[in-house]
Ligand binder design. Sequence first.
Ligand SMILES: Cc1cc2nc3c(=O)[nH]c(=O)nc-3n(C[C@H](O)[C@H](O)[C@H](O)COP(=O)(O)OP(=O)(O)OC[C@H]3O[C@@H](n4cnc5c(N)ncnc54)[C@H](O)[C@@H]3O)c2cc1C
Length: 513
Amino acid sequence: MEQPLEIVILGGGTAGWMAAAGLVSLLPPSRCRIRLVESDEIGVVGVGEATLPHIKNFNDSIGVDEAEMMRATNATFKLGIDFVDWGFKGSRYIHPFGVYGSAQSGLGFHQQWLRSTAAGRTWDLEEFSFACMAARANRFDFPATGKPTINSTYSYAYHFDASLYAKHLRRLSEPRGVVRTEGKVRDVEQDPETADIRALVMESGERIAGHFFIDCSGFRSLLLAGKLGAQWEDWSQWLPCDRALPVPTERCGDLTPYTRVAAMQAGWRWRIPLQHRTGNGYVFSSQFIDEDKAREELLQSLDEPTLAEPRLLKFQTGRRVKSWQRNCVALGLSSGFLEPLESTSIYLIQIAIMHLLPLLPGKRHDPRLADEFNLRMDLEYERIRDFLILHYHLNGRDDSELWRYCREMEVPESLERKMRLFRHSGIVQQYKDGLFTPPSWLAVYLGQGLVPEHYNPLVDAMPAERLLAELDELHADIRDRVDEMPKHGSLVARYASAETASEQLLHEAEMRL
Ligand SMILES: Cc1cc2nc3c(=O)[nH]c(=O)nc-3n(C[C@H](O)[C@H](O)[C@H](O)COP(=O)(O)OP(=O)(O)OC[C@H]3O[C@@H](n4cnc5c(N)ncnc54)[C@H](O)[C@@H]3O)c2cc1C
């Protein structure tokens, strides 16, 4: 029988532990042996709190219990992102995790809505999104399953403490067979002929050999960039933000089931509600504002008292041209970075693991597998990149240099084409693979002021009175069903309270004494 593949993961941040948990849970035990190396002294990036609905599939597939995970990470639910001041100062829209209209409306619902506004109705498209309306009302419940109804038209994600999520995955992975080594990597050994990585050499002198290496060492990218010299593709001409100042504040008021991202003078600010605190931060461009000014602007804009000083993180937007080279693949920050505006980093880790699983090689490097992986990841990265650029480019703000620059900059042809099509006839380009489906594009197009010149004449097939009557009914149905939902804060407290969990742990510990 063939010996199992020895896989070595360097890094124990979100990327490292997601990879370890994914591989150990989804591959047959005879297929591989997994070791993970991490350094407590170096630590993890430790920010990253907002996720996308896909993470639920990942957790379900590897057997993570939802309520347990939420208690362990101080998590809350997320129905979308509230964009404040993006199209112009004073504007606001939600990018929801769900469709517009009823489950039966199909993708053309916005065409019906456009027709209704042409007929004089003044309602917002958002009023036809169940997820948006629930978010605005600070309400949350699980989507209905079974027969399609209006309250089955959305999905949800989490706000959580990503460092605690990594720890939670570690608790799950070690009993399943992942072997963890704590310590710093001092050197990396390569095969002198093929340049394949052969082993990590620890400061302790220990040598950790493997057939396949997963680089999750964060921005350092110790293996892929550091050792194999992977090239970097810089995207900062379109996404010029290169600094972040995260700062936690006290939890106050209602627990909102959405992330808020507000445009600022030289970037944007996030607000993410967790059970025990609120995460905030300013992502900005050092070309347009200096650090002291950014810190001042951030502190002035916070809703709640701070719990720590803001700390500066530097980054560049872009990605490794090939995130799999030789016998090494990079995941997470070591493969690229796209700012957290649409909470895409953890998704990119997850999708990379899912692409990697069927492509995992044998003991010899096979370039065909690497090429296929790199092609799939190109698509993921580029589609997210275009979607992020759209948020910056579609703006009517005239209050600062950054916004003027982004409005006037030339955008990638792939994005220009999508915008032209929507402006002309309200058609949202669809693609089979990659993140962000038409409702997401629609939210940003309309939310930031790109309105189609015409609605599609196909919707004229229905008499106007009937269309308006149906929309009236749907509008009322959404409002009534949302009113029946529990408040988000009370559902979180009932379902996954971290406080109850720690009280229980304390109680159990006392009982053992
Ligand atoms: C400001 C900001 C906000 C973010 N917000 C979000 C968000 O809301 N949602 C989202 O999805 N993502 C977000 N992200 C991204 C998210 O934080 C990261 O994608 C995620 O944490 C993955 O990090 P990582 O595991 O790749 O790297 P890291 O967390 O940096 O982990 C690197 C690991 O490598 C180890 N290591 C490095 N060098 C060595 C060595 N020599 N020897 C041994 N071990 C070593 C370290 O000890 C550590 O364990 C955000 C990122 C930033 C910068």
